[in-house]
Design a protein around this ligand. Structure first.
Ligand code: HPA
Length: 271
């Protein structure tokens, strides 16, 4: 089995030859965000995510499973309609694989979106939130394992500004009411218990989910500027009604227009 970086290089080659030769921005659409892809701009090429080398078959409902090249008001973007998660049983290198591939294909900005639970009643269902920072509580890290190969940055990457202040400022120009929050990324599989949510609140989390944190680390390691946007699909466990994946997908559908404008604005702000 080639090392994770060689695998990402193989997928980057397919992105460059079958989607776009010089993409600038990668957008990862999480649960509830699939509707955003169509409205972003003209799709100039597309393929199934599984047609990228080393991408596993998707198992999560609410992901399109399509990778598109989209012209977003003149900026070439790769829009990835889905992601792999640790809770599906994938190793960490598989979880960050498409993000690594997109950066190796030339994307200098990565926009990560997800569905999340909110720990703050002021950030209610349907509210998009810009990630200001994260707690990686998955127990995994893409910088674990063999030292990155020669030619790649070393493993101890700086995460002081994991989510770009510059991109957050640009989003605020478009929508000054957008809140910011700290995202706690958990291994997942199940939703949390109310006691776990109380624990996360004392740890400084505003939002909770099961994705994004590993991809953000991998993208920063390769030098990309990263933006994260969570869509609140429910109040966290113990704060409202019981949690269901159907509710998560519904919240996405009803916020699609606002989310699209936000993602388009972030793409436009890419350096
Ligand atoms: N917890 C974890 N992940 C989630 C949630 C939640 O409440 N909502 C959507 N994804």
């Amino acid at each position: 089995m080639p090392n994770p970086y060689s695998r990402a290089e193989a997928a980057a080659h397919v992105i460059a030859t079958r989607l776009h030769a010089a993409p600038k921005v990668a957008v990862v659409l999480g649960s509830g965000w699939v509707g955003v892809a169509e409205g972003l701009g003209e799709t100039t090429a597309e393929l199934a995510l599984v047609d990228l080398p080393h991408v596993p078959a998707p198992t999560v409902q609410g992901h399109s499973g399509v990778a598109r090249a989209v012209d977003v008001a003149g900026t070439p973007a790769i829009v990835l309609g889905g992601r792999s998660h640790l809770y599906e049983g994938h190793p960490v290198d598989t979880v960050v694989h498409t993000v690594r591939a997109a950066v190796l294909a030339g994307c200098t900005t990565v926009i990560l979106t997800n569905a999340c639970g909110s720990l703050d009643p002021a950030m209610g269902v349907g509210q998009p939130v810009l990630l200001s920072d994260q707690l990686n509580l998955t127990g995994a890290n893409p910088m674990c394992g063999d030292e990155p190969p020669v030619g790649y940055p070393g493993r101890f990457c700086d995460l002081t500004e994991i989510y770009s202040r510059r991109l957050r400022d640009a989003a605020h120009v478009l929508d000054p009411t957008l809140p910011e929050g700290v995202y706690a990324g958990l291994l997942g599989g199940s939703y949390e218990t109310p006691a776990e949510i109380r624990m996360l609140r004392t740890l400084g989390a505003d939002l909770v989910g099961m994705s994004t944190v590993l991809e953000a680390i991998a993208a920063r390691h390769l030098g990309a500027e990263v933006a994260g946007v969570s869509l609140v699909t429910n109040l966290a466990a113990g704060m409202g009604a019981e949690l269901s994946h159907a509710e998560v997908l519904d919240a996405g559908r009803s916020s699609a227009g606002r989310l699209m404008t936000l993602v388009a604005g972030l793409v436009g702000a890419a350096a």
